[in-house]
Write a protein that binds this ligand. Sequence first.
Ligand SMILES: NC(=O)c1ccc[n+]([C@@H]2O[C@H](COP(=O)([O-])OP(=O)(O)OC[C@H]3O[C@@H](n4cnc5c(N)ncnc54)[C@H](O)[C@@H]3O)[C@@H](O)[C@H]2O)c1
Ligand SMILES: CC(C)CCC[C@@H](C)[C@H]1CC[C@H]2C3=C(CC[C@]12C)[C@@]1(C)CC[C@H](O)[C@@](C)(C(=O)O)[C@@H]1CC3
Length: 345
Amino acid sequence: MATRIRPSSKRCAVIGGSGFLGRHLVEKLVDRGYSVSVFDIRQSYELPGVSFHQGDLCDKQALLSALEDVSLVFHCASPAPASDDRLLFERVNIKGTQTVIQACIDAGVQKLVLTSSASVVFEGTDVKNGKEDLPYAKRPIDYYTQTKIEQEKLVLKACDQQKGFLTVAIRPHGIFGPRDPQLVPTLVDAARQGKMKFIIGDGTNLVDFTYVENVVHGHILAAECLRADSPICGKPYHITNDEPVRFWDFMSEILVGLGYAAPRFHLPYGLVYGIALLLWLLTWILRPFMSFKPTFTPMRVALAGTYHYYSCERAKEHLGYKPVVSLKEGIKRTVESYPQLRRGA
Ligand SMILES: NC(=O)c1ccc[n+]([C@@H]2O[C@H](COP(=O)([O-])OP(=O)(O)OC[C@H]3O[C@@H](n4cnc5c(N)ncnc54)[C@H](O)[C@@H]3O)[C@@H](O)[C@H]2O)c1
Ligand SMILES: CC(C)CCC[C@@H](C)[C@H]1CC[C@H]2C3=C(CC[C@]12C)[C@@]1(C)CC[C@H](O)[C@@](C)(C(=O)O)[C@@H]1CC3
Protein backbone atom coordinates (compact mmCIF):
# COMPACT_ATOMS: atom_id res chain seq x y z
CA MET A 1 0.00 0.00 0.00
CA ALA A 2 1.37 3.41 -0.91
CA THR A 3 2.11 5.53 2.17
CA ARG A 4 0.88 9.10 2.04
CA ILE A 5 3.84 11.47 2.35
CA ARG A 6 3.23 13.85 5.26
CA PRO A 7 3.39 17.42 4.04
CA SER A 8 6.39 19.32 5.37
CA SER A 9 5.53 21.29 8.53
CA LYS A 10 7.36 24.25 6.98
CA ARG A 11 4.97 24.35 4.03
CA CYS A 12 2.01 26.62 4.62
CA ALA A 13 -0.71 28.60 2.86
CA VAL A 14 -1.95 32.09 3.66
CA ILE A 15 -5.52 32.71 2.54
CA GLY A 16 -5.83 36.49 2.21
CA GLY A 17 -2.03 36.73 1.79
CA SER A 18 -2.31 39.72 -0.56
CA GLY A 19 -3.88 41.89 2.15
CA PHE A 20 -2.34 44.17 4.77
CA LEU A 21 -1.89 41.63 7.57
CA GLY A 22 -1.55 38.70 5.15
CA ARG A 23 1.43 40.18 3.35
CA HIS A 24 3.27 41.01 6.59
CA LEU A 25 2.61 37.43 7.70
CA VAL A 26 3.90 35.99 4.42
CA GLU A 27 7.09 38.08 4.63
CA LYS A 28 7.81 36.89 8.18
CA LEU A 29 7.06 33.25 7.32
CA VAL A 30 9.51 33.41 4.41
CA ASP A 31 12.13 34.95 6.74
CA ARG A 32 11.61 32.02 9.09
CA GLY A 33 12.21 29.45 6.37
CA TYR A 34 8.63 28.50 5.51
CA SER A 35 7.64 27.90 1.93
CA VAL A 36 4.42 29.78 1.37
CA SER A 37 1.44 29.59 -0.99
CA VAL A 38 -0.77 32.65 -1.09
CA PHE A 39 -4.45 32.24 -1.93
CA ASP A 40 -6.33 35.47 -2.61
CA ILE A 41 -8.83 36.95 -5.06
CA ARG A 42 -6.13 39.40 -6.08
CA GLN A 43 -2.34 39.40 -6.35
CA SER A 44 -0.80 42.59 -4.99
CA TYR A 45 2.96 41.81 -5.02
CA GLU A 46 5.58 39.22 -5.94
CA LEU A 47 8.07 37.64 -3.58
CA PRO A 48 10.73 34.98 -4.23
CA GLY A 49 9.79 31.67 -2.63
CA VAL A 50 6.09 32.48 -2.61
CA SER A 51 3.60 30.94 -5.04
CA PHE A 52 0.38 32.80 -5.78
CA HIS A 53 -3.00 31.19 -6.39
CA GLN A 54 -5.68 33.61 -7.46
CA GLY A 55 -9.22 32.56 -6.56
CA ASP A 56 -12.28 33.04 -4.41
CA LEU A 57 -12.17 31.15 -1.10
CA CYS A 58 -15.80 30.16 -1.66
CA ASP A 59 -14.55 27.93 -4.49
CA LYS A 60 -13.39 24.65 -2.96
CA GLN A 61 -11.71 23.32 -6.11
CA ALA A 62 -9.62 26.47 -6.43
CA LEU A 63 -8.64 26.19 -2.76
CA LEU A 64 -7.70 22.52 -3.08
CA SER A 65 -5.05 23.21 -5.70
CA ALA A 66 -3.42 25.82 -3.42
CA LEU A 67 -3.49 23.47 -0.42
CA GLU A 68 -1.65 20.59 -2.06
CA ASP A 69 1.10 19.31 0.31
CA VAL A 70 0.33 22.04 2.80
CA SER A 71 0.18 21.14 6.51
CA LEU A 72 -0.57 24.57 7.97
CA VAL A 73 -3.11 27.16 6.81
CA PHE A 74 -3.56 30.76 7.98
CA HIS A 75 -6.98 32.19 7.10
CA CYS A 76 -6.83 35.98 7.19
CA ALA A 77 -9.10 36.88 4.27
CA SER A 78 -12.18 39.03 4.71
CA PRO A 79 -14.08 41.68 2.78
CA ALA A 80 -13.15 45.19 3.99
CA PRO A 81 -15.25 46.18 7.06
CA ALA A 82 -16.03 49.56 5.46
CA SER A 83 -17.83 47.87 2.55
CA ASP A 84 -20.82 47.37 4.88
CA ASP A 85 -22.13 44.71 2.47
CA ARG A 86 -24.10 42.21 4.55
CA LEU A 87 -24.51 39.58 1.81
CA LEU A 88 -20.82 39.71 0.91
CA PHE A 89 -19.77 39.30 4.58
CA GLU A 90 -22.12 36.32 4.94
CA ARG A 91 -20.93 34.72 1.72
CA VAL A 92 -17.21 35.12 2.38
CA ASN A 93 -16.86 35.06 6.18
CA ILE A 94 -19.47 32.40 6.96
CA LYS A 95 -20.08 30.21 3.89
CA GLY A 96 -16.55 30.75 2.62
CA THR A 97 -15.05 29.76 5.97
CA GLN A 98 -17.11 26.54 5.93
CA THR A 99 -15.58 25.88 2.50
CA VAL A 100 -12.08 26.63 3.81
CA ILE A 101 -12.55 24.16 6.69
CA GLN A 102 -13.84 21.45 4.35
CA ALA A 103 -11.05 22.05 1.84
CA CYS A 104 -8.44 21.85 4.64
CA ILE A 105 -9.88 18.53 5.85
CA ASP A 106 -10.05 17.12 2.30
CA ALA A 107 -6.49 18.23 1.56
CA GLY A 108 -5.11 16.65 4.75
CA VAL A 109 -4.14 19.99 6.33
CA GLN A 110 -3.32 19.50 10.02
CA LYS A 111 -3.49 23.03 11.42
CA LEU A 112 -5.76 26.00 10.72
CA VAL A 113 -5.06 29.40 12.29
CA LEU A 114 -7.90 31.91 11.90
CA THR A 115 -7.56 35.68 12.15
CA SER A 116 -10.61 36.65 14.13
CA SER A 117 -11.10 40.00 15.90
CA ALA A 118 -11.30 41.09 19.54
CA SER A 119 -14.44 42.98 18.54
CA VAL A 120 -16.42 39.71 18.58
CA VAL A 121 -17.20 40.57 22.22
CA PHE A 122 -17.68 44.35 21.73
CA GLU A 123 -21.20 45.84 21.77
CA GLY A 124 -20.32 49.55 21.65
CA THR A 125 -20.00 49.89 25.45
CA ASP A 126 -16.84 49.87 27.58
CA VAL A 127 -14.65 46.74 27.64
CA LYS A 128 -11.76 47.09 30.09
CA ASN A 129 -9.05 44.43 30.09
CA GLY A 130 -11.52 42.00 28.43
CA LYS A 131 -10.55 38.34 28.66
CA GLU A 132 -11.33 35.56 26.18
CA ASP A 133 -14.11 34.19 28.39
CA LEU A 134 -16.35 37.23 27.74
CA PRO A 135 -19.49 36.09 25.87
CA TYR A 136 -19.81 36.82 22.16
CA ALA A 137 -21.60 40.13 21.52
CA LYS A 138 -25.37 39.68 21.33
CA ARG A 139 -25.64 43.00 19.52
CA PRO A 140 -22.40 43.30 17.49
CA ILE A 141 -21.46 46.76 16.23
CA ASP A 142 -21.89 45.90 12.53
CA TYR A 143 -22.49 43.07 10.02
CA TYR A 144 -18.77 42.56 9.60
CA THR A 145 -18.39 41.75 13.31
CA GLN A 146 -21.54 39.64 13.30
CA THR A 147 -20.02 37.42 10.61
CA LYS A 148 -16.61 37.38 12.37
CA ILE A 149 -18.43 35.85 15.38
CA GLU A 150 -19.99 33.10 13.26
CA GLN A 151 -16.67 32.53 11.51
CA GLU A 152 -14.76 32.12 14.77
CA LYS A 153 -17.36 29.69 16.15
CA LEU A 154 -17.13 27.55 12.99
CA VAL A 155 -13.35 27.33 13.06
CA LEU A 156 -13.05 26.59 16.77
CA LYS A 157 -15.82 23.97 16.59
CA ALA A 158 -14.02 22.20 13.75
CA CYS A 159 -11.04 21.41 15.99
CA ASP A 160 -10.78 17.64 16.26
CA GLN A 161 -7.76 16.33 18.15
CA GLN A 162 -8.70 12.68 17.47
CA LYS A 163 -8.81 13.22 13.72
CA GLY A 164 -5.70 15.37 13.80
CA PHE A 165 -7.32 18.59 12.54
CA LEU A 166 -6.29 21.36 14.94
CA THR A 167 -7.62 24.91 14.98
CA VAL A 168 -7.01 28.11 16.92
CA ALA A 169 -8.21 31.72 16.55
CA ILE A 170 -6.19 34.89 16.99
CA ARG A 171 -8.16 37.97 18.01
CA PRO A 172 -6.15 41.12 17.21
CA HIS A 173 -7.48 44.59 17.80
CA GLY A 174 -6.90 47.83 15.90
CA ILE A 175 -4.03 46.62 13.72
CA PHE A 176 -1.82 49.40 12.37
CA GLY A 177 1.48 49.63 10.51
CA PRO A 178 2.99 50.24 7.08
CA ARG A 179 0.65 49.56 4.12
CA ASP A 180 -2.50 49.53 6.30
CA PRO A 181 -5.26 50.59 3.90
CA GLN A 182 -7.80 51.79 6.45
CA LEU A 183 -6.75 53.32 9.77
CA VAL A 184 -4.12 55.93 8.79
CA PRO A 185 -5.58 56.70 5.32
CA THR A 186 -9.08 57.27 6.79
CA LEU A 187 -7.67 59.44 9.54
CA VAL A 188 -5.65 61.57 7.12
CA ASP A 189 -8.60 61.85 4.76
CA ALA A 190 -10.72 63.17 7.65
CA ALA A 191 -7.94 65.60 8.67
CA ARG A 192 -7.58 66.91 5.10
CA GLN A 193 -11.33 67.61 5.07
CA GLY A 194 -10.96 69.56 8.33
CA LYS A 195 -12.95 66.97 10.30
CA MET A 196 -10.31 66.10 12.90
CA LYS A 197 -10.68 69.15 15.15
CA PHE A 198 -12.88 67.44 17.71
CA ILE A 199 -12.42 64.89 20.47
CA ILE A 200 -15.48 62.71 21.01
CA GLY A 201 -16.18 62.49 24.76
CA ASP A 202 -13.68 63.48 27.46
CA GLY A 203 -10.77 61.85 25.60
CA THR A 204 -9.69 59.57 28.45
CA ASN A 205 -10.96 56.27 26.99
CA LEU A 206 -8.25 53.62 26.69
CA VAL A 207 -8.10 51.30 23.69
CA ASP A 208 -5.76 48.78 22.07
CA PHE A 209 -3.92 49.53 18.87
CA THR A 210 -1.69 46.67 17.83
CA TYR A 211 1.38 46.97 15.64
CA VAL A 212 1.10 44.57 12.71
CA GLU A 213 4.36 42.72 13.50
CA ASN A 214 3.05 41.79 16.94
CA VAL A 215 -0.08 40.36 15.33
CA VAL A 216 2.09 38.34 12.93
CA HIS A 217 4.21 37.13 15.86
CA GLY A 218 1.05 35.93 17.68
CA HIS A 219 -0.10 34.00 14.60
CA ILE A 220 3.22 32.22 14.13
CA LEU A 221 3.52 31.35 17.82
CA ALA A 222 -0.01 29.91 17.76
CA ALA A 223 0.78 27.82 14.67
CA GLU A 224 3.97 26.51 16.19
CA CYS A 225 2.35 25.70 19.58
CA LEU A 226 -0.64 23.96 18.00
CA ARG A 227 -0.26 20.24 18.72
CA ALA A 228 -2.82 17.55 19.56
CA ASP A 229 -1.83 17.63 23.26
CA SER A 230 -1.61 21.42 23.66
CA PRO A 231 -4.17 23.43 25.65
CA ILE A 232 -4.54 25.93 22.82
CA CYS A 233 -6.59 23.62 20.54
CA GLY A 234 -9.99 25.11 19.69
CA LYS A 235 -9.37 28.31 21.71
CA PRO A 236 -9.30 32.04 20.90
CA TYR A 237 -6.37 34.30 21.90
CA HIS A 238 -6.24 38.07 22.23
CA ILE A 239 -3.11 39.52 20.68
CA THR A 240 -2.46 43.16 21.52
CA ASN A 241 0.45 45.51 22.11
CA ASP A 242 -0.28 45.12 25.83
CA GLU A 243 -0.09 48.93 26.12
CA PRO A 244 -3.64 50.35 26.20
CA VAL A 245 -3.53 53.96 25.07
CA ARG A 246 -6.01 56.85 25.05
CA PHE A 247 -7.79 56.65 21.67
CA TRP A 248 -7.31 60.38 21.07
CA ASP A 249 -3.64 60.39 22.12
CA PHE A 250 -2.94 57.67 19.58
CA MET A 251 -4.81 59.53 16.81
CA SER A 252 -3.05 62.78 17.75
CA GLU A 253 0.41 61.17 17.62
CA ILE A 254 -0.23 59.85 14.12
CA LEU A 255 -1.71 63.16 12.95
CA VAL A 256 1.04 65.32 14.44
CA GLY A 257 3.68 62.89 13.12
CA LEU A 258 2.29 63.46 9.62
CA GLY A 259 2.17 67.25 10.05
CA TYR A 260 -1.53 67.76 10.91
CA ALA A 261 -2.94 69.47 13.99
CA ALA A 262 -4.15 67.30 16.87
CA PRO A 263 -7.90 67.42 17.68
CA ARG A 264 -8.58 69.89 20.53
CA PHE A 265 -12.26 70.66 21.07
CA HIS A 266 -14.47 68.25 23.02
CA LEU A 267 -17.94 67.18 21.89
CA PRO A 268 -20.31 65.11 24.06
CA TYR A 269 -20.26 61.43 23.10
CA GLY A 270 -24.09 61.02 23.17
CA LEU A 271 -24.60 63.98 20.86
CA VAL A 272 -22.07 62.78 18.25
CA TYR A 273 -23.38 59.22 18.42
CA GLY A 274 -26.97 60.48 17.92
CA ILE A 275 -25.96 62.58 14.90
CA ALA A 276 -23.99 59.67 13.41
CA LEU A 277 -27.00 57.40 13.85
CA LEU A 278 -29.32 59.93 12.18
CA LEU A 279 -26.89 60.38 9.28
CA TRP A 280 -26.56 56.64 8.88
CA LEU A 281 -30.36 56.26 8.79
CA LEU A 282 -30.63 59.04 6.25
CA THR A 283 -27.98 57.53 3.95
CA TRP A 284 -29.72 54.15 4.29
CA ILE A 285 -33.11 55.61 3.29
CA LEU A 286 -31.60 57.63 0.41
CA ARG A 287 -29.45 54.72 -0.79
CA PRO A 288 -31.43 54.14 -4.03
CA PHE A 289 -30.99 57.83 -5.03
CA MET A 290 -27.48 58.78 -3.93
CA SER A 291 -24.31 57.26 -2.53
CA PHE A 292 -22.72 59.14 0.36
CA LYS A 293 -20.29 57.64 2.88
CA PRO A 294 -20.22 59.60 6.16
CA THR A 295 -16.83 59.76 7.94
CA PHE A 296 -18.37 59.48 11.40
CA THR A 297 -20.40 56.28 11.28
CA PRO A 298 -22.05 55.05 14.53
CA MET A 299 -19.48 52.22 14.61
CA ARG A 300 -16.51 54.63 14.36
CA VAL A 301 -18.01 56.95 16.97
CA ALA A 302 -18.51 54.00 19.35
CA LEU A 303 -14.90 52.92 18.80
CA ALA A 304 -13.65 56.50 19.28
CA GLY A 305 -15.59 57.24 22.45
CA THR A 306 -15.51 54.06 24.55
CA TYR A 307 -12.93 51.91 26.32
CA HIS A 308 -12.00 48.75 24.41
CA TYR A 309 -8.84 47.08 25.53
CA TYR A 310 -8.20 43.41 26.06
CA SER A 311 -6.01 41.20 28.20
CA CYS A 312 -3.40 39.11 26.39
CA GLU A 313 -2.42 37.18 29.56
CA ARG A 314 -3.70 33.91 28.10
CA ALA A 315 -1.48 34.31 25.02
CA LYS A 316 1.48 35.08 27.27
CA GLU A 317 0.84 31.98 29.35
CA HIS A 318 -0.04 29.48 26.59
CA LEU A 319 1.91 30.79 23.59
CA GLY A 320 4.82 32.53 25.28
CA TYR A 321 3.63 35.72 23.57
CA LYS A 322 5.25 39.06 24.25
CA PRO A 323 4.96 42.06 21.91
CA VAL A 324 8.11 42.44 19.80
CA VAL A 325 7.58 46.10 18.81
CA SER A 326 6.52 48.77 21.33
CA LEU A 327 3.66 51.16 20.60
CA LYS A 328 6.07 54.11 20.38
CA GLU A 329 8.30 52.33 17.88
CA GLY A 330 5.26 51.06 15.94
CA ILE A 331 3.88 54.59 15.61
CA LYS A 332 7.28 55.89 14.48
CA ARG A 333 7.65 53.20 11.80
CA THR A 334 4.07 53.74 10.65
CA VAL A 335 4.39 57.51 10.32
CA GLU A 336 7.67 57.14 8.40
CA SER A 337 6.05 54.67 6.02
CA TYR A 338 3.46 57.13 4.70
CA PRO A 339 5.42 60.02 3.08
CA GLN A 340 2.58 60.43 0.56
CA LEU A 341 0.10 61.16 3.37
CA ARG A 342 2.15 63.95 4.98
CA ARG A 343 0.56 67.38 5.09
CA GLY A 344 1.32 69.19 1.86
CA ALA A 345 2.54 66.06 0.02
N1 LIG B 1 -7.15 45.53 10.18
C1 LIG B 1 -7.57 45.39 11.43
O1 LIG B 1 -7.54 46.31 12.24
C2 LIG B 1 -8.07 44.05 11.89
C3 LIG B 1 -8.31 43.87 13.24
C4 LIG B 1 -8.77 42.64 13.70
C5 LIG B 1 -8.94 41.60 12.80
N2 LIG B 1 -8.70 41.81 11.48
C6 LIG B 1 -8.87 40.66 10.57
O2 LIG B 1 -7.60 40.43 9.96
C7 LIG B 1 -7.78 39.87 8.67
C8 LIG B 1 -6.95 40.66 7.67
O3 LIG B 1 -7.39 42.00 7.64
P1 LIG B 1 -6.62 43.10 6.81
O4 LIG B 1 -6.75 44.35 7.59
O5 LIG B 1 -5.30 42.61 6.40
O6 LIG B 1 -7.59 43.22 5.54
P2 LIG B 1 -7.23 43.37 3.98
O7 LIG B 1 -8.48 43.83 3.33
O8 LIG B 1 -6.01 44.16 3.79
O9 LIG B 1 -6.93 41.87 3.55
C9 LIG B 1 -7.93 40.92 3.33
C10 LIG B 1 -7.56 40.09 2.11
O10 LIG B 1 -8.59 39.14 1.89
C11 LIG B 1 -8.77 39.00 0.49
N3 LIG B 1 -10.11 38.47 0.21
C12 LIG B 1 -11.29 39.09 0.45
N4 LIG B 1 -12.29 38.31 0.01
C13 LIG B 1 -11.74 37.18 -0.49
C14 LIG B 1 -12.26 36.01 -1.11
N5 LIG B 1 -13.57 35.85 -1.30
N6 LIG B 1 -11.40 35.04 -1.51
C15 LIG B 1 -10.05 35.21 -1.36
N7 LIG B 1 -9.51 36.31 -0.78
C16 LIG B 1 -10.33 37.28 -0.37
C17 LIG B 1 -8.60 40.42 -0.04
O11 LIG B 1 -8.33 40.43 -1.43
C18 LIG B 1 -7.45 40.93 0.82
O12 LIG B 1 -6.21 40.72 0.18
C19 LIG B 1 -9.28 39.88 8.40
O13 LIG B 1 -9.80 38.60 8.70
C20 LIG B 1 -9.82 40.88 9.40
O14 LIG B 1 -11.14 40.56 9.77
C21 LIG B 1 -8.26 43.00 11.00
C1 LIG C 1 -13.18 59.27 14.32
C2 LIG C 1 -12.20 59.18 13.18
C3 LIG C 1 -12.80 59.51 11.85
C4 LIG C 1 -11.53 57.86 13.29
C5 LIG C 1 -10.60 57.49 12.14
C6 LIG C 1 -9.89 56.22 12.41
C7 LIG C 1 -10.76 55.00 12.16
C8 LIG C 1 -10.87 54.83 10.65
C9 LIG C 1 -10.16 53.76 12.85
C10 LIG C 1 -10.10 53.94 14.38
C11 LIG C 1 -10.35 52.57 15.00
C12 LIG C 1 -10.25 51.64 13.82
C13 LIG C 1 -10.75 50.24 13.91
C14 LIG C 1 -11.18 49.55 12.75
C15 LIG C 1 -11.24 50.27 11.43
C16 LIG C 1 -10.58 51.65 11.40
C17 LIG C 1 -10.90 52.43 12.68
C18 LIG C 1 -12.42 52.60 12.85
C19 LIG C 1 -11.78 48.16 12.81
C20 LIG C 1 -13.28 48.40 12.79
C21 LIG C 1 -11.37 47.33 11.56
C22 LIG C 1 -11.85 45.90 11.66
C23 LIG C 1 -11.25 45.23 12.88
O1 LIG C 1 -11.57 43.87 12.96
C24 LIG C 1 -11.64 45.96 14.18
C25 LIG C 1 -13.10 45.77 14.50
C26 LIG C 1 -10.83 45.33 15.35
O2 LIG C 1 -11.33 44.61 16.20
O3 LIG C 1 -9.65 45.58 15.41
C27 LIG C 1 -11.21 47.44 14.05
C28 LIG C 1 -11.45 48.27 15.32
C29 LIG C 1 -10.68 49.57 15.23
